[in-house]
Design a binder for this molecule. Sequence first.
Ligand SMILES: Nc1ncnc2c1ncn2[C@@H]1O[C@H](COP(=O)(O)OP(=O)(O)OP(=O)(O)O)[C@@H](O)[C@H]1O
Ligand SMILES: [Mg+2]
Length: 243
Amino acid sequence: MANTGAPFLRSVHAEDLPERGWPFAIPAVAALAGGLDLDAAVVMLCGDNGTGKSTIVEALAVELGVNVEGGSRHFRFATRETETPLAEHLVVTRRAGPRPADTFFLRAETYFNVATEVERLGGPLDSYGGFSPHDRSHGEGFLDLVTNRFGPGGLYLLDEPESALSVHGCLALLTVMAELAAAGAQFIVATHSPVLLACPGARIYETGADGIERVDYDRAGPVTLTRGFLADPQRYLHHLLDR
Ligand SMILES: Nc1ncnc2c1ncn2[C@@H]1O[C@H](COP(=O)(O)OP(=O)(O)OP(=O)(O)O)[C@@H](O)[C@H]1O
Ligand SMILES: [Mg+2]
């Protein structure tokens, strides 16, 4: 596979952010005023629940013209009122050169609606391995999509792709991501998975009370906590359960 010259996105920053109200008071969102370097084939956002990962990825998707509930630029369904007040403040800097052949946003929580839209749009199901996603399990459908639709010229925004996947499935996704990234695709991924964070060359940002911090794999929260737990589950259970 030829390298197409990605990463497509070099950076994003936010302009004229209000200081108060949702989502501007979230430290990671406020930190976007200082800019976030996206100049890597794989950019990961990790950080605890509620620290703003989905808010940021969703606003980026809107800014890129992708359906906010998931899908490509051609998907236009909406099953709920979706507000992304952050999107209008975002300024994306793209690399000069070809545009992505495909831009796709996938959030595990709305994958069901993406599957319904795939059926409604009709057309060949080649991009989904020949199956309607509704006829597959959540994880199977997700891996069908990644394996058959995603390609080396694409820009992919994924929000917690691990939600549908076993550890084995995460390893399969990690393999596809690493291969496509090496061939020119770009991935922006919000994740809690220590497996996915291990993607070669991934730039890892951790969102939290102090905003957004770039961390090495070995310092990323999901990695240190999972390592600590697996090394001695009883010790953690003792603390958590007080016995
Ligand atoms: N529509 C909304 N209105 C007000 N607050 C919201 C709204 N959507 C999300 N929030 C809040 O914004 C914060 C950031 O949410 P976000 O979904 O971006 O977190 P996250 O880092 O993706 O968390 P998780 O790891 O649980 O997916 C949370 O405190 C959440 O409760
Ligand atoms: Mg989220």
